[in-house]
Design a protein around this ligand. Structure first.
Ligand code: KE4
Length: 433
């Protein structure tokens, strides 16, 4: 990995930590990150020519594998027609129609360029619609890096073990109520304490940013009932789960109709794209129709629309085979590694929903951020290092979900389990305290 080391050293003179997003820096697992030069299917190649089996898939978008021919072709053809206009194009409505087909709860939506923009805008809209200031989020959930949401967040905040972020004034987060996930009593208490003051509840319906944590039975249904009763909006942050867990995301699986949904990642097929949408009466408050301002130079960018249409179009067309296939491969990988941990005497709890999963290095159930945070992160780091050395690249944090896509098949299952057997033996040999 010599060239990657040199590239890291150069990058560090230009980019803080040598990265454009903290979780990429491998700080939680040690060793320097490989520098990727190309990817195809389920694989990444680094600057030194090493090949890696990819289990983070650009943190979710690459459900069809890297360089899927239909996506590459669509982007190439779109680029030849011009890369950005800052004007309306037919393809925005084309992709919006596909989103509405997949998410019947979304009557109208607006495209943005990231999940952060989507959630930030959805909260602004909810506050305007309800004339209320407070909102509820859950510990360990990450909704992007806008100020008011950087409270007890997951993902990089959890990975780096920091409570929030410097530079966020107390005043900005005074209306943010952070509660434990999977605890309905806490939600009831918050609504009675802040009666008629809570604009919305924003939730990762299946948490991915503390590692994968599914909702307890009835939890989402209870959130829906309480918010409806209290006149607060329910926002599903499906940036990660949308098109991932099912074509219609977690709301399809669990049969819940939120008032608004945030999307990203797969929506843009790997290009910068997010969206927020939901009930038309709420969305019509957005400028230029209504008083809520929101804008973006590259919102609805033609290349992102082309990549999204090619990706979501494939998922719509082949939904009956793609999702059962992802389920079968993910079950084989997640449960296979769990079995190897048991054989090696390593305590691992496996959480999985569809093709999103996490091996927590703990013997206890992981149902919220507190229980996730009791995982043995030294063992996770050792496991991650061993897997990377064997050419299997897992997300470099105990508090991230792993993903696989349609390019992962029998050979990838075999290779993963072979690597994991050796890695678990190494973890078992660790004298960890
Ligand atoms: P972006 O602004 O990174 O596009 O989306 C923010 C976001 C919002 N909501 C959910 C549920 C998310 O998972 C994310 C971003 N996820 C992280 C990975 N856990 C992005 C990876 C990174 O920060 O580099």
């Amino acid at each position: 990995m010599q060239l990657s080391r040199q590239l890291q050293r150069r990058a560090e003179t230009l980019l803080p930590g040598g990265v454009d997003s903290p979780v990429r820096a491998f700080r939680a697992v040690g060793g320097g990150p490989p520098f990727v030069v190309r990817a195809e299917g389920a694989y990444l190649w680094d600057a030194d020519g090493n090949r890696y089996l990819d289990y983070f898939g650009s943190w979710g978008p690459m459900i069809l594998g890297h360089a899927a021919p239909q996506v590459v072709k669509a982007v190439q053809e779109a680029a030849a027609r011009g890369v950005s206009f800052g004007a309306s194009t037919p393809t925005e409505a084309d992709l919006a129609e596909m989103v509405r087909q997949a998410f019947p709860s979304i009557e109208m939506l607006r495209f943005v360029s990231s999940g952060t923009e989507a959630t930030m805008s959805a909260i602004r809209l909810a506050r305007a619609f309800t004339h209320r200031k407070h909102f509820i989020k859950f510990e360990g959930c990450y909704h992007g890096h806008s100020d008011a949401l950087l409270v007890k967040a997951g993902s990089g905040i959890a990975t780096l073990g920091i409570p929030g972020s410097a530079g966020v004034p107390e005043e900005t987060i005074q209306h943010t109520i952070a509660l434990p996930y999977n605890d309905i009593a806490a939600v009831e208490q918050a609504f009675s304490r802040y009666k008629d003051q809570i604009a919305c509840v924003i939730v990762e319906p299946v948490v991915g940013n503390a590692g994968c944590i599914p909702p307890n039975p009835g939890y989402l249904k209870a959130l829906r009932a309480i918010t409806a009763r209290e006149g607060a909006l329910l926002i599903f942050d499906e940036v990660m789960t949308g098109f991932r867990l099912a074509l219609g995301g977690a709301q399809d699986i669990y049969g819940i109709q939120p008032d608004m949904t945030c999307l990203g990642k797969i929506l843009g097929g790997g290009l910068p794209c997010g969206a927020f949408g939901g009930r038309a009466d709420i969305m019509r408050m957005l400028a230029p129709l209504g008083p809520v301002y929101q804008a973006g130079t590259l919102s609805g960018n033609p290349l992102a629309m082309a990549a999204g249409i090619a990706t979501v179009g494939t998922l719509i067309e082949r939904r009956d085979t793609i999702y059962p296939q992802l389920e079968q491969v993910a079950a084989a990988v997640a449960e296979g590694v769990a079995g190897l941990a048991r054989k090696a005497g390593v305590a691992v709890t496996t959480n999985r929903v569809g093709s999103m999963f996490t091996w927590f290095f703990t013997a206890d159930p992981v149902i919220d951020y507190d229980s996730a945070s009791r995982s043995n992160t030294s063992q996770f780091a050792a496991f991650h290092r061993a897997m990377t050395e064997s050419g299997v690249w897992l997300p470099p944090s105990q508090f991230e979900a792993a993903f696989l896509g349609t390019a992962h098949g029998e050979e990838e299952i075999r290779a993963t389990l072979a690597a994991a057997k050796e890695a678990m033996d190494r973890v078992a040999a660790l004298e960890t305290h």
